[in-house]
Write a protein that binds this ligand. Sequence first.
Ligand code: 16G
Length: 241
Amino acid sequence: MIDRESPVPIYYQIEEYIKNLIDNEELNPGDAIPSEREFSEQFSVSRMTIRQAIINLVNEGYLYRQKGRGTFVGDKKIEQTLQGLTSFTEDMEKRGMKPGSKLLKFELIPASRSISNKLLINEHDPLYEIKRIRFADDLPMAIETTYIPANLVKGLTEDIVNRSLYSYIENELGLQIDSAKQIIESSIARADEAKDLGINKNAPILYIRRQTKLTNGQPLELVKSVYRADRYKFVINMKRN
Ligand code: 16G
């Protein structure tokens, strides 16, 4: 199964082999993977090559290491489709997972110039700044910081944002959420983010920004999120015209 004639590097072929074991559920979350020595004997390749493959899989979140114990299979990543504009609560419920939030900040602040420009409101207009850790089945998945014009989304409370913002906006206020622009970049966790997400400082994260509009074109929210890269992958279906 290792093709030495192939231009594909051997460490990469081993990565693919281990990923397949995980996909086919021959290795499951929490299982210890064979040692470097066992793999190196199995494939007749150097331990350095095996180590490279394992380091890459740890960095991608498929595996995790525990000092003195070994290397284990990580939890399955949540596969998030990029089609359709959904809320965190809807995404979790659709998967049969329990959505949760921990509110880190809920403040009414005057809009800065740059945020007011993006939300098409006046500078110093009242703005909600909401910072939440989002949980799936009690595991921290993301930190979201949301800016929402207070004159548009009236009557927000801590209790509401502990549940679902989108549900309040649509079902209680009757506003129609229409579309969003979302930008996804890779980055690494700062110390405070790492602490909130239960990951190591400098672990890989996905930095996501979303700007959402109502059907009348009015900007609704500006959101900056930090998602755990070991827990999330984004999937999009494409069609050639
Ligand atoms: C998602 C959105 C966020 C929105 C939130 C509302 C991203 C990547 N996603 O997390 O923009 O504010 O859902 O969720 O930004 P809620 O209705 O559960 O409060």
